[in-house]
Structure formats: C-alpha cells, structure tokens
Design a protein around this ligand. Structure first.
Ligand SMILES: Nc1ncnc2c1ncn2[C@@H]1O[C@H](COP(=O)(O)OP(=O)(O)OP(=O)(O)O)[C@@H](O)[C@H]1O
Ligand SMILES: [Mg+2]
Length: 256
C-alpha cells in the first residue's frame, strides 16, 4: 500500500465528531461548543484561533480529557474516549497528553527540576529515573544549569520553558498549549514558538496551540478558526515561519 493510501485509510490520531459542550442546565444552559468536527493526524502542528469566548479553551480541555463533552464523539487512536472509565481516561491523559498554560502553573517554592519531575512522581517512577528524565527535558528546552532555580528566580520565558519541560518529560504524543505565549513579550514568544516547532519537527510531538496572535499562529502548518462554538475555517499554512529562514546560518551574515 502506498503511503497516501495508508494515510487515507488510517484512523487519525484524534477525531472529534459533533462535539457539544453545555455549561449549566435548563434555562441557564450555555452551549460553549455547538457541534465541532475535527480530525488531527499524528505529527501535525495546529494553531487554534478565534475571538474570546469562541470555545477554544473548552475544546482544548475536552481534547486533554480535563473536561467531558455533553454530546458527540471523541476518538483517540480509534478509542472512544467517553466509553473509558475515569481511571482509564486519567491514564490516557498521563500517558499521551502534555499541557502548557498561559500562566505557567509551576509550584512556587519548588525547583525547576522538581517541577519537571512531578508528572513522573505521579506515575510512580523511581527517583533516579525521574532525575534523569527531568534533566533531559530541561536540556531539551535549553535550561541546563537552571535546574535548581525556583520560578521566582526565572524570567517569564524561562518559567514557560520549565512548564514545557514538565509537559514533555512523559514523552507525550500530543502537546496541548493554551495561549502559551500570552504572558510573554514578542522576543520571548518567538523563542517559545521555535521550541514548539522543534518539538514537533524533531521529536514528532503533535502540537495543538491556542493563540490570539497571528504572528504566533504563523508557526503552525494548519490554522483552525473558532467562532461562536463552531469551527469557522480550517486552513493550511504552506509557509510556516520556521521554514522561512535561510537553510544554513552562515557565519557573520543573517539579520540582526
Ligand atoms: N466552567 C464554565 N462555566 C460556565 N461557562 C463557561 C465555563 N467555561 C467556559 N464557559 C463559557 O464558554 C464560552 C467559551 O469559553 P472558552 O473558555 O472556551 O473561550 P475561549 O475561546 O478560550 O476564550 P478566550 O480567548 O477568552 O480564552 C465562554 O462564553 C465562557 O464564558
Ligand atoms: Mg481560552
């Protein structure tokens, strides 16, 4: 079978069909998602955009098994997520999904190293394994040498790197990032986007990222636009930012 034929018949990594989400009940119910259909293939890098309140975080929470939809189907690698028990869903989350949020969400009086080890502690891994994996994850985000600093001793960009290291230390299949650059200036934002690009391109992690900024969305290969609880547009980006640089940096040249 050709690669194209295999891709055509293979179950996508993620398939949402007719996903709805209501908050509240009866007269007061509010439909935050009104029937979302979305297929995500392994290895994609997708930006999610749309106005405030359009359902972006709600759909991320559903995808991340942090919230359950009211109706519709969510299949992960062909598995119907709603039919899993709470424990099985938690296991799927711990094994396959990594999260990064706008506010970093690090433990304050805890070193970068210990913050990154936390998901492995929950998985019951040995101290030696946790230590090794956390060091590798911190190296991957460019924080070697900062392991013993607490969040207060790190810049916003560095804190978000720690949060990304914590999200990838379990080697997730999918990284879900909800406005990861929302609290950062544009230089720091671009560094975080370069990092997400590398995790996707070099490590094959599927990345789904919410952003309000077109410059950040321009890193993604696909941009999904939400409006009023629905997908309004779903478009390919043939020229993601990271591919627009000159191929090999020559010494002494290149823009400042
Ligand atoms: N727990 C909740 N209870 C009630 N309503 C909620 C809850 N969570 C979200 N909503 C509502 O659902 C709608 C979609 O919210 P959501 O957080 O998904 O928007 P968003 O697209 O992420 O917006 P933003 O860009 O501001 O983060 C909003 O109107 C919001 O008020
Ligand atoms: Mg949101």
């Amino acid at each position: 079978m050709t690669e194209a034929a295999a891709a055509a018949t293979a179950e996508p990594l993620i398939r949402l069909s007719g996903i709805t989400k209501a908050f509240g009940t009866g007269q007061a119910a509010f439909l935050a998602l009104k029937g979302v259909d979305l297929e995500i293939q392994a290895g994609e890098f997708i930006a999610v955009m749309g106005p405030s309140g359009s359902g972006k975080s709600t759909v991320m929470n559903v995808l991340g098994c942090l919230d359950v939809p009211t109706d519709g189907s969510y299949r992960f690698r062909g598995i119907e997520v709603q039919q899993l028990s709470r424990d099985q869903r938690a296991r799927l989350r711990r094994r396959h999904l990594g999260f990064v949020f706008q506010g970093f969400n690090l433990l304050a009086r805890t070193s970068a190293q210990e913050n990154v080890e936390l998901p492995l502690l929950y998985r019951g891994e040995s101290a030696a394994d946790r230590h090794r994996a956390a060091q590798a994850a911190l190296a991957q985000v460019g924080l070697t040498g900062w392991e013993h600093h607490t969040p207060a001793e790190l810049s916003g960009g560095q804190q978000q790197r720690v949060a990304i290291a914590r999200a990838i230390v379990t080697q997730p299949t999918v990284l879900l990032a909800d406005e990861p650059t929302g609290n950062l200036d544009s230089a720091r934002s671009n560094e975080i986007m370069e990092l997400l690009w590398a995790l996707n391109a070099d490590h094959g992690i599927t990345v789904l990222m919410v952003t309000h900024e077109p410059d950040m969305a321009a890193y993604a290969r696909r941009v999904v636009h939400f409006r009023d609880g629905r997908i309004e547009r779903d478009e390919r980006n043939p020229h993601p930012t990271a591919l627009q640089r000159p191929p090999a940096p020559a010494a002494g040249t290149g823009a400042a």
